[in-house]
Design a protein around this ligand. Structure first.
Ligand code: SIN
Ligand code: MN
Length: 266
């Protein structure tokens, strides 16, 4: 799958691009069921909110075949190879729960700030991808983006270890206000199966979810192979050390797996 010139230009200018309903209902229902089973497991890769509800599950593509198929999916990988002009590998893979009633905030931040400081990534040549597993609505804590903020480069940040259960390099209010004055805020919403891609320096965050509607999103980071991390400090289930370029799976890989599961259950 290739992006057209207008899409590439939009991404280069705004720092994000949303492709609604890239994955089908059958594919996302299958992934959403697998995600719930992962959250129920007691594994070190599953991080919880201060309340105990699941917050994020790391590296599921390394032990779950449905997420392994998603992690190599051509509809996701090919546009990113096109943008970077080279092969990509998986730097990080997580399934954020933003659980009904208890899903906590993600403070304003840039991801490259963490990749640089904690992982030794040389350049912001890694793409963030968000794949919706639930419907993302204006009310259930959608991801908010500050368009064009990637042009500000890598901003000063401080390490917030208090606000949530997840340490994050966050931006101060004056910086966010200045960038929002220039670019505004967008919060792409839509059905399960939508895919949002955004630049590593794009400022983003999300509010808590106090609705009965969970907002599961798979977030993954595809890094250009030449931009592999040099000095990682985080566990390898958070910042992966396998820099082999991803070989894409077949386009129907997820559907075939879902079907095999159904047949086995009958
Ligand atoms: C993130 O920025 O890594 C996650 C944000 C979210 O889940 O809303
Ligand atoms: Mn982020």
């Amino acid at each position: 799958m290739r992006l057209d010139d207008d899409q590439v230009q939009f991404f280069n200018r705004e720092g994000w691009l949303f492709l609604p309903e890239l994955f089908s209902r059958e594919e996302t229902e299958f992934l959403a069921r697998e995600a719930e089973a992962i959250y129920a497991a007691n594994r070190p890769e599953v991080w919880r909110e201060k309340s105990g509800a699941p917050r994020t599950a790391f590296a599921a593509h390394l032990y779950n075949e449905a997420f392994a198929a998603l992690a190599a999916h051509p509809r996701m990988i090919e546009p990113i190879e096109q943008i970077f002009g080279e092969g990509v590998y998986m730097h990080q893979f997580k399934i954020n729960a933003k659980s009904a009633f208890t899903g906590d905030v993600w403070q304003w931040h840039q991801d490259y700030g963490t990749w640089k400081r904690d992982d030794g990534m040389p350049e912001p040549r890694a793409m963030n991808i968000a794949i919706f597993l639930d419907e993302v609505m204006p009310i259930n804590g959608p991801l908010m983006l500050v368009p064009k903020s990637q042009h500000a480069g890598d901003l000063e940040a401080s390490h917030d270890l208090q606000t949530t259960s997840y340490p994050l390099w966050t931006l101060d209010e004056a910086t966010v206000t200045r960038l929002v004055d220039q670019g505004g805020i967008v919060a792409p919403t839509g059905k399960p199966g939508g895919m949002l891609m955004f630049h590593g320096n794009l400022v983003h965050g999300s509010a808590g979810n106090i609705t009965p509607y969970p907002r599961k999103i798979v977030y993954l980071t595809l890094n250009a192979v030449s931009n592999y991390i040099r000095t990682p400090t985080r566990p390898d289930y958070i910042a992966h050390r396998d820099f082999t370029p991803i070989k894409t799976a077949d386009d129907d890989a997820l559907l075939r797996l879902a079907q095999a599961r159904r047949e086995a259950a009958e």
